[in-house]
Design a protein around this ligand. Structure first.
Ligand SMILES: [Zn+2]
Length: 63
């Protein structure tokens, strides 16, 4: 008997976060904005940019 294992939603793979829209890998080279530096420096989040759909989004980093 084989039980199909559903894909975990929201689990980040070692390859890094992916774009919520086009599912492509995000580039983490985007510099943090002043807002993140000032208020979100204590959170393990980083700013990522998708060059496919030109979206900037924040994602948590698993350490
Ligand atoms: Zn995208």
């Amino acid at each position: 008997m084989t039980i199909p294992i559903p894909e975990k939603v929201g689990t980040q793979k070692k390859t890094g976060p992916v774009c919520f829209k086009c599912k492509s890998r995000l580039d983490s080279r985007t510099h943090r904005s002043w807002f993140v530096k000032a208020f979100l420096f204590w959170l393990p989040i980083r700013k990522f940019k998708c060059y496919k759909c030109n979206r900037t989004q924040y994602a948590f980093i698993n350490r």
